[in-house]
Design a protein around this ligand. Structure first.
Ligand SMILES: [Zn+2]
Length: 486
């Protein structure tokens, strides 16, 4: 990750070359590292990939009935309405049922556990499932199919038709769903077939592509978080392989940032390749940590507080991009100011529990949120207590500058992230998101997001060393005090 200046086409990795990707990953892995091969059979990425969809579905369905899962958002592809077009195409090839989510008409659809459970029960009678949508639809189908596999031991074929290059979800073996009000990442498996039709992705709203761009940018801080977690003995899975898989695509995507803002096809292709490879990068280690650290916790916290604030959740990638900028600033401002002696102190459960209650009680509309958060947090706490030796070693190594070289290479400077977001036309302040967020809510997310997740991230380190107070959280935002300007 050290060398950032030149992009070499010879190093280009084609996301459609799944066998080549798995081969590379195993070759790059250290001797005792566990790598999980990407379990995608076929990935088509082309301007007119839509032409291959009907045959891909027909051949997987084996003559049986197929269900196509969609949300109510109207979408275009050139001069056509996308969903009726796909419906007609598939209905000509297979016996088709269209399942529209959510069940309540005219509501926006967000991926949650209840929706996935209900869908899983319905999938049993089908021979294949097709998702036509972006993150929420894909993750819901992904997890519903996973539940069905667990129940019946039958791996219902799953074909994904992404409608926006907006998230890293499509190729990943993990599903992000809301459980009791909190975003959780759950193990599943990716679709067997992905049909990435660039003409469709090009007609998605520009902010969707910008969101995908920003979701991939997260690698520039989350890799540092993952590394720190491994140094603390809080994560045994750290690997250089995911970063290596994504390296060139990430660099090429950033090089094309202006094209993202301008809606150019080459830039869209670069973002699409990057989001697809990013999903695979996570699958290789069977967890999201390579692309999901503190910045994602901040985004999840903002999702959790949206209803209470009276706003819709903003685009995932949009929130993540700003979270990435915040985390990059924190790496720069806090790293040499940490009160390291505090890392070897232990606090009582009651202290953490009280902080969680104070930070989250007002969002607990169903009375289940605090216990869901506490359950996950306690796992982190148990591990943290057991990692006393690793914490002591961390303090010593930190003082000796042992982490500086890695973090210098793996974590992007805040100025670079801000510049990439600016060139891509993506928001750099929470107040500028598609659903603007008040400064007080953004500050609360920065201050408390580490509490809602079992994963150790930079936020935990800043909190444990006493750095993460209200003042510092506010300064990391670099936003005007009066809140949204739009
Ligand atoms: Zn993400």
């Amino acid at each position: 990750m050290a060398e950032r200046t030149s992009y070499n086409r010879r190093d280009h990795i084609d996301p459609a070359d799944i066998a080549g990707i798995n081969e590379r990953a195993f070759a790059w892995a250290a001797e005792r590292e566990t790598i999980h091969p990407v379990q995608i059979d076929e990935l088509v990425m082309a301007d007119d990939a839509i032409d291959t969809l009907a045959e891909a579905v027909r051949s997987r369905a084996g003559g049986g009935r197929v269900t196509m899962v969609v949300d109510p958002t109207p979408m275009r592809r050139g001069g056509d309405d996308l969903k009726p077009l796909i419906e007609a195409t598939l209905a000509g090839a297979v016996r088709l049922t269209v399942r529209r989510l959510p069940d309540e008409p005219d509501a926006a659809f967000y991926a949650d556990m209840e929706a996935a459970r209900r869908l899983a029960d319905e999938l049993d009678g089908f021979s294949a499932v097709v998702s036509v949508g972006s993150g929420s639809i894909t993750d819901t189908v992904k997890y519903a199919r996973h539940l069905l596999v667990q129940k019946t031991r039958r791996k219902l074929p799953f074909i994904s038709f992404p409608t926006a290059a907006s998230v890293t979800a499509y190729t990943s073996a993990l599903a992000a769903l809301t459980i009791e009000g909190v975003k959780r990442t759950l193990p599943a498996s990716p679709p067997e077939v992905l049909i990435c039709d660039l003409a469709t992705l090009a007609d998605a709203p520009r902010i969707m592509t910008q969101a995908g761009f920003a979701d991939v940018l997260a690698r520039g801080v989350s890799y540092g978080d993952w590394y720190l977690a491994s140094q603390f003995g809080m994560d045994d899975t750290f690997s250089h392989v995911p970063g290596r898989l994504l390296e060139n695509a990430e660099r090429e995507m950033i090089a094309q940032a202006e094209g993202v803002a301008a809606g150019e096809r080459n830039a869209l292709r670069a973002v699409t390749e990057a989001v697809l490879l990013a999903g695979m990068a996570m699958s290789l280690v069977n967890q999201t940590a390579p692309l999901s650290g503190w910045e994602h916790a901040v985004s999840h916290f903002l999702d959790l507080t949206a209803a209470h604030d009276g706003r819709e959740p903003a685009l995932h990638g949009g929130q993540v991009g700003i979270g990435t900028l915040v985390a990059a600033r924190a790496y720069e401002r806090a790293w040499n100011e940490l009160d390291l002696d505090r890392l070897t102190d232990d606090q009582d459960d009651a202290v953490y529990r009280k902080t969680i209650e104070n930070a989250c009680r007002r969002y607990d509309t169903r009375g289940t949120l605090i216990s869901e958060i506490w359950q996950d947090f306690q796992r982190k706490l148990t591990r943290w207590r057991a990692a006393r030796d690793a914490r002591r070693a961390f303090v010593e190594h930190h003082r000796g500058g042992a982490f500086d070289a890695f973090l210098h290479d793996a974590v992007r400077p805040a100025a670079e992230i801000e510049e990439a977001l600016r060139r891509a036309g993506a928001p750099r302040r929470f107040a500028d998101l598609n659903e603007p967020i008040r400064r007080s809510s953004a500050r609360a997310a920065v201050r408390y997001a580490h509490l809602i997740r079992g994963r150790f991230t930079l936020g935990d380190l800043l909190s444990e060393t006493g750095w993460l107070d209200d003042a510092h959280a506010g300064e990391l935002l670099d936003e005007p005090a009066e809140g949204p300007t739009v």
